[in-house]
Ligand binder design. Structure first.
Ligand code: NAG
Ligand code: NAG
Ligand code: NAG
Ligand code: NAG
Ligand code: NAG
Ligand code: NAG
Length: 430
C-alpha cells in the first residue's frame, strides 16, 4: 500500500476553498503541528480568497506553460503542489452521496446495489504537497451559475457527468430537459442556479460516421480528421465550459479522411491503404478539436478542459475473454496498473493541450486546462463495477472500464472544481 495510506485524514478546516496547502506528511505529533501551521498559512494566504489560492498551489500566477510544467511534472518542492501526482489515503468519512441520496444514479454504476463491497469508497486522493477538500456542491453551483457545462466524449465522459450530477444533487435536484433513447445526448438543468449540464456523444471529437456493411452498422467508422464533430460544433454557441475526452473508440478498424479524401486507416486489412497508428490519430483528432473550438464566431466558450485517458483494469483476460477486476484495494504507486499505451495517450493529450494553450495565448476566452487523471486512476483497479450478473449493462461481462458511483471517479470533479475556481473571475464576468 502507498506510503501514508494508514494516516488519519486531517480534520476539516473551516473555509470553502477546494484546495488547502499542507506541509509534508509528518508522523505523529508533528502532524498536528503541521496542521496548525497550515491553518495559519491558510488564513494568511487565502484571506484574499479567489483566485489567489489557486496560484499558490499551481505555483504560477497565470495559466502559462510554467504552470503546466509544474502541475504535470511535479517539479519543485511542496511549495508547488502537484494536483495530479499523489497517493490515495484512507478516509472513513464515507462518500458525499449514496445511491439513496442520488436520484440520478444509473443502475450500471450503482455498484452497492449489486453487492460490490463498498470499501472502495473509503479513500481520498492526496496530491503531493497539498490537500484537497471535499467537493462542495454549493460552491460549484455558485461559480457556474447561469452557465452551461458540457462533457464531450464517450461513455467515460458521461460517467464523469453522472458523478457530477450526484454530487450537485446534494444541493439541488436537477431536471432532465433532454435525452435520447441511448442517453448519448442528455441535458440537465439546475433551475435555481440556472446551470445546464450536458453530455455530448462525440466519441472521436472529430466528424465521423459508422460504416454500414450490407445495410447493417459495422464496428468501423469513417473519420474526418480535419473536421470538428458536427454535433459539438453545433452546440458551441451555448457551451461556456467544455470538458473534452476521448481515447477508447480509436482502437478499432477506422478509416481516415482529410479534405474528404481517404488518407489511411487504423487496424484495417486492406494492403492498398496507408496504416496509421492509433496514437497519431488521437493526436490529430485532439489537435483538430482544440484548434477549431474557437474559430467559430458564435462560440461562447470560456474554458476548455482536456481530461486525460482513463485506464481500464482487466486482469486474466480482456472484456470479452473473461477478464475481471475483483481487487478490493488501491495499488501503490510502484505498481500502478496502467498500460504503456494509456500513458502514451495521456502524454499526447497533455502535449496537445499545452500546444493549443500556447497558440491561444492572449486570445480572449480561450483558456485550456488539463485534468490529468491517468496516474491517479491507474492506482484504482478496485473502483470499477466489475461483474454484475443481473446487470443488463454488460450482459454478463465484467465492466472494468467505467467507474462505480460513488467512487474514485468523484475525484475528477474535485479537480474540475479546482480548475473552474481558478477561472472564477472570468466566468463570473460574462
Ligand atoms: C510523482 O511523485 C513521485 C514521488 O514523490 C515522484 O517520484 C514522481 O517523479 C512524480 N511524478 C510526476 C509525474 O510528477
Ligand atoms: C444501495 O446500496 C446498498 C449497499 O450499499 C444496497 O444494499 C441497496 O440495495 C442499494 N439501494 C438502491 C436503491 O440502489
Ligand atoms: C439562464 O442562463 C441562460 C444562459 O445559459 C440565459 O440566456 C438566461 O437568460 C438565464 N435565465 C435566467 C432566468 O436567468
Ligand atoms: C454482403 O452481401 C453480399 C450479397 O448478399 C455478400 O456476397 C457479401 O459477402 C456481404 N458482405 C459482407 C461483408 O457481409
Ligand atoms: C483498394 O483496393 C480495393 C480492391 O482491392 C479497391 O476497391 C479500393 O478502391 C482500393 N482503395 C484505394 C484507396 O486505392
Ligand atoms: C478474482 O478473479 C479471479 C479470476 O480472474 C479469480 O481466480 C479469483 O478467485 C477472484 N478473486 C476473488 C476474491 O473473487
Amino acid at each position: 500500500m502507498a506510503n501514508g495510506s494508514e494516516s488519519i485524514p486531517p480534520p476539516d478546516l473551516n473555509g470553502t476553498n477546494p484546495i488547502r496547502k499542507l506541509g509534508p506528511i509528518l508522523p505523529g505529533g508533528r502532524r498536528a503541528l503541521a496542521l496548525m501551521l497550515s491553518t495559519v498559512v491558510f488564513v494568511l494566504v487565502f484571506s484574499n480568497y479567489y483566485p489567489e489560492q489557486i496560484q499558490i498551489f499551481y505555483g504560477s500566477p497565470e495559466p502559462t506553460d510554467t504552470y503546466h510544467q509544474t502541475a504535470i511534472t511535479g517539479q519543485g518542492n511542496n511549495e508547488n503542489c502537484n494536483l495530479f501526482n499523489g497517493t490515495w489515503v484512507r478516509d472513513l468519512r464515507g462518500p458525499i452521496y449514496t445511491n439513496m441520496t442520488c436520484p440520478t444514479m444509473p443502475n450500471s454504476k450503482n455498484c452497492g446495489k449489486y453487492g460490490k463491497p463498498m470499501d472502495y469508497a473509503n479513500w481520498r486522493w492526496m496530491p503531493q504537497g497539498c490537500d484537497m477538500a471535499r467537493f462542495e456542491p454549493q460552491l460549484f453551483l455558485h461559480i457556474v451559475q447561469g452557465k452551461t457545462l458540457a462533457f464531450a466524449g464517450d461513455s467515460m465522459g458521461r460517467n464523469q457527468m453522472e458523478s457530477l450530477l450526484c454530487l450537485l444533487s446534494q444541493v439541488e435536484s436537477p431536471t432532465k430537459v433532454h435525452s435520447d433513447t441511448e442517453d448519448k445526448f442528455t441535458t440537465w438543468h439546475f433551475r435555481s442556479h440556472n446551470f445546464t449540464l450536458m453530455a455530448l456523444w462525440t466519441k472521436f471529437l472529430v466528424e465521423e460516421s459508422q460504416r454500414e456493411i450490407n445495410g447493417t452498422l459495422s464496428q468501423s467508422h469513417d473519420m474526418h480528421l480535419d473536421k470538428l464533430d458536427a454535433r459539438l460544433a453545433a452546440s458551441l454557441h451555448e457551451i461556456n465550459i467544455l470538458v473534452l475526452s476521448s481515447s477508447r473508440w480509436f482502437f478499432r478498424t477506422n478509416y481516415l479522411y482529410e479534405k474528404g479524401k481517404l488518407i489511411g486507416c487504423i487496424y484495417c486489412s486492406e494492403d492498398n491503404i496507408t496504416s496509421f497508428s492509433v496514437n497519431s490519430v488521437i493526436q490529430r483528432a485532439f489537435r483538430t478539436a482544440l484548434s477549431n473550438l474557437n474559430s467559430r464566431p458564435e462560440s461562447r466558450l470560456q474554458l476548455t478542459v482536456v481530461r486525460t485517458a482513463t485506464p481500464a483494469h482487466f486482469e486474466n483476460g480482456v472484456w470479452d475473454t473473461g477478464g475481471t477486476c475483483n481487487r478490493t484495494e488501491p495499488v501503490g504507486e510502484g505498481t500502478t496498473m496502467t498500460s504503456a499505451g494509456e500513458l502514451e495517450i495521456r502524454n499526447i493529450q497533455v502535449e496537445e493541450a499545452n500546444r493549443a494553450q500556447k497558440e491561444n495565448n492572449h486570445k480572449e476566452g480561450m483558456n485550456i486546462e488539463i485534468l490529468d487523471i491517468t496516474k491517479a486512476m491507474s492506482m484504482r483497479p478496485d473502483g470499477h463495477p466489475g461483474l454484475h450478473w443481473d446487470n443488463q449493462w454488460m450482459r454478463g461481462y465484467s465492466d472494468c472500464s467505467h467507474w462505480c458511483l460513488p467512487g474514485p471517479i468523484d475525484m475528477w470533479n474535485d479537480l474540475l472544481l479546482a480548475v473552474i475556481t481558478k477561472y472564477r473571475k472570468n466566468l463570473e464576468v460574462q
